[in-house]
Ligand binder design. Structure first.
Ligand SMILES: Cc1cc2nc3c(=O)[nH]c(=O)nc-3n(C[C@H](O)[C@H](O)[C@H](O)COP(=O)(O)O)c2cc1C
Ligand SMILES: C=C(O[C@@H]1CC(C(=O)O)=C[C@@H](OP(=O)(O)O)[C@H]1O)C(=O)O
Length: 366
């Protein structure tokens, strides 16, 4: 299915950045779940553009639940959420309509949709469509939290500034996740946070943009979730992560850093401490595509925002002549601080879907 993800907990997203509204249809929610709107809105708030480090397009992202919800509880039928677009400046895109933005989806959208796509603001390819994704992820997160599962991320690196890494010790990691989940700028080290802000603001002043790396963790996930090959936990989570605009790389555990290590250095010794555990967690909580009960550890690379104000080389899509592009409009000088909650949201969607698959199999056959 093209615009839908999930087998048991499925989300279908729709809308364009400059259309009337964007939204999501969620299927697979049980009847009788009391939605914690304060929790859901707090997650929505973390994606919002704030200050000089974000786009100046301000949207309230108010959630209008139009189906599947009655008197504070889910009904068990498809839950549809609409989010109105209220602050568009479509004129910014008129003059440069034929000039394909380097690194954005203007060219690929044009080829795929034969020129019928809504080009304003990147249309359906806009980061704006991650707002309904966060709404769906917040609902999934609420369900997971009731099962004791905790998900969170921090900005491990923004351009050249590094945060301290997540703690390896589980109790400390849990504290850090809880701290990040109440922070607006998800950085552990306050000095690094300030340096990141400065670097983003400096890039913005130059008409440029920066990217970075998010580090995420999933805690208290039981062992045994996932499938051996095509639906391995890595496959399912990276499928979702690569759906987020501007994500260009994902790694689990040591990831690419495995390349120059000996097996004897990076094999995770198995121990028993009330339950089966590993002494180290280089594999990021997953073996054979299946969770092993240790924290699931993921890194995600977010590229610098494609729409920059410096002059760029491109072509006119009608004439194919080489032209210069100077954009107008309101863009994020960095995406990473807003994408962090989108990453948490898609991880929650993926984990809930996999847990529901597992429990459906066990319930029916055991
Ligand atoms: C939360 C969020 C905000 C974004 N803001 C912008 C933006 O202001 N300007 C822009 O050009 N791209 C922005 N992007 C990224 C583009 O949407 C994305 O790079 C583009 O759709 C091309 O997709 P790709 O980078 O995955 O290839 C944003 C992405 C996210 C997740
Ligand atoms: C509006 C949001 O982000 C937008 C993401 C985006 C893009 O190209 O991805 C481009 C800009 O929007 P516009 O269509 O107005 O140029 C950003 O402001 C949002 O995330 O809510």
């Amino acid at each position: 299915m093209k615009n839908t993800f999930g087998n048991q907990f499925s989300v279908t997203i729709f809308g364009e950045s400059h259309g009337e509204a964007i939204g999501v249809v969620i299927d697979g929610l049980a009847a009788g779940i009391h939605l914690d709107m304060d929790f859901i809105n707090a997650m929505m708030d973390k994606r919002k553009a704030k200050g000089r480090i974000s786009t100046q397009r301000k949207e309230s992202d108010a959630l209008h639940i139009v189906s599947g919800y009655f008197e504070g509880y889910t009904t068990g039928t498809p839950l549809t959420i609409l989010i109105e677009n209220t602050n568009m400046r479509s004129g910014d895109y008129t003059k440069t309509k034929n000039r394909l933005r380097p690194s954005h989806a203007d060219y690929t959208a044009d080829v795929k949709y034969s020129g019928y796509q809504d080009y304003r603001g990147g249309g359906h390819f806009s980061g704006r469509i991650t707002a309904p994704l966060v709404a769906a992820g917040a609902i999934a997160m609420q369900v997971l939290q009731q099962k004791g599962i905790l998900i969170g991320s921090h900005i491990a690196q923004c351009h050249t500034i590094k945060d301290q890494p997540f703690a390896q010790e589980e109790e400390l990691l849990e504290q850090q996740l809880r701290q990040m989940n109440t922070s607006d700028l998800a950085v552990l080290d306050e000095t690094a946070a300030q340096a990141m802000r400065t670097q983003i603001e400096e890039a913005a002043m130059q008409g440029d943009s920066v990217g970075g790396i998010l580090e995420s963790a999933i805690l208290h996930l039981p062992a045994g979730i996932g499938e051996p090959f095509f639906d391995s936990m890595e496959s399912r989570l990276s499928h979702l992560l690569f759906s987020v605009p501007a994500v260009k790389g994902v790694e689990f555990g040591l990831g690419f850093a495995f390349c120059d290590r000996y097996g004897s250095e990076v094999n995770d010794a198995i121990i028993y401490d009330g339950k089966v555990k590993t002494r180290t967690n280089h594999n990021g909580g997953i073996n054979g595509g299946i969770s092993n009960g240790m924290p699931v550890l993921i890194k995600t690379v977010i590229k610098p925002t494609p729409s920059i104000y410096k002059e760029q080389d491109t072509i006119d899509k009608e004439t194919h002549e080489a032209v210069k592009l100077t954009i107008q409009g309101r863009h994020d000088p960095a995406i990473i601080h807003r994408a962090r909650i989108v990453v948490d949201a898609v991880l929650a969607i993926g984990i809930l879907d996999m847990l529901m698959e597992r429990s459906a199999t066990m319930e029916m056959q055991k």
